[in-house]
Write a protein that binds this ligand. Structure first.
Ligand code: SF4
Length: 315
């Protein structure tokens, strides 16, 4: 990200009468912190940078905001209403004609188009490209946790539930979002990485098999920790209470960062994750004991059938 948006940001801060400004960046943009801090400082603002890890707008630096007038949160769209926070987008451009790579994999006429927040500004251009190639594209309106039309999050696939869509085209990086959408919608999902210029059809079968194995392992656990996040946009205490009521061996545990070491130290035989839904499914994190989603715990407690398996979302 260049500092091109800095003038507009200074205008917004001035209009709010801010004097002390807190800055928060996701992991991939943290190295921009010094440049932004300097630019704002030179304009007369007092600046505090949050150095804690940040993976989403669910995790605002409210402690840092307590010492400032305004928090500027970079790179994510809001997941709820936060009057003292300015959300600064991080736009990643590409030529919409890269969608050509996905065309041979599309087998239907009416295509639901979804993407992540970095690319939502290109939705109209992508739709125009699909129309020019003879497809009917559909884009869901923004809602709640995903305010931009066509935007999905790892915890919210609402934008993929598009009436009339026969197939989904996901434009973005990684396979977690498209696998989640395939599970949620039951539709064929094509994933196009617009930066690498590669496209593939995704399947949710591997995820189902892997999760089934984790659930089988969890059945033997003598104690269950129901994890509740203390991050304000991930906290689902009501859900945790419901889950804890399903087993006499279950205890609610609040945590800020959910890590393999912390789970090992706590010593429960298995955990149920009500924090960021991606945590339980993430292949990159090697948890020492089974970590289930809420729906998976309901299945092993006999409160849900296996054929009602669903990926966890925060509505
Ligand atoms: Fe992203 Fe997880 Fe937060 Fe959802 S809960 S916004 S997927 S970090």
């Amino acid at each position: 990200m260049s500092l091109n948006g800095i003038s507009e940001l200074i205008e917004k801060l001035t209009a709010r009468g801010a004097r002390t400004v807190a800055l928060q960046f996701p992991e991939g943009l943290k190295r921009k912190a010094g440049e932004y801090a300097r630019a704002l400082h030179d304009t007369g603002f007092s600046v505090i940078v949050s150095g804690d890890p940040c993976y989403g707008a669910c995790d605002l630096a409210l402690e840092t905001l307590a010492s400032a007038d305004v928090l500027v949160h970079f790179g994510h769209a809001p997941v709820d209403n936060q009057p003292r926070v300015i959300f600064e987008p991080y736009r990643v451009d590409f030529d919409p004609s890269v969608l050509e790579k996905a065309l041979p994999l599309l087998s239907r006429h009416t295509i639901g188009l979804v993407t992540t927040v970095q690319h939502v500004h290109l939705i109209p251009a992508m739709e125009a490209y699909l129309r020019s190639r003879g497809f009917d594209s559909r884009v869901a309106p923004g809602s709640g946790r995903t305010p931009h039309p066509g935007q999905v999050l790892g915890c919210c696939f609402t934008a993929a539930k598009i009436p009339g869509a026969e197939e989904i085209l996901f434009v973005g990086t990684g396979v977690f979002h498209p696998v989640g959408m395939a599970l949620t919608t039951g539709l064929n999902v094509i994933a196009l990485d617009p930066l690498a210029g590669t496209a593939e059809e995704v399947s949710s079968e591997a995820l189902r098999r892997k999760r089934f194995a984790v659930m089988e392992k969890a059945r033997g656990a003598k104690s269950v920790g129901i994890i509740v996040s203390t991050k304000q946009g991930q906290q689902r205490m009501e859900l945790a209470r419901h889950l804890a009521s399903l087993s006499p061996d279950a205890v609610i545990v609040t945590m800020r960062e959910v890590s393999p070491d912390e789970l090992l130290n706590l010593g429960f035989g298995c955990y149920v994750n009500t924090a960021c839904p991606r945590l339980a499914y993430d292949d990159q994190v090697r948890f020492p004991v089974p970590v289930l989603s809420p729906q998976e715990f309901e299945i092993i407690c006999g409160r849900r059938n296996w054929d009602e398996y669903a990926i966890d979302e925060i509505p």
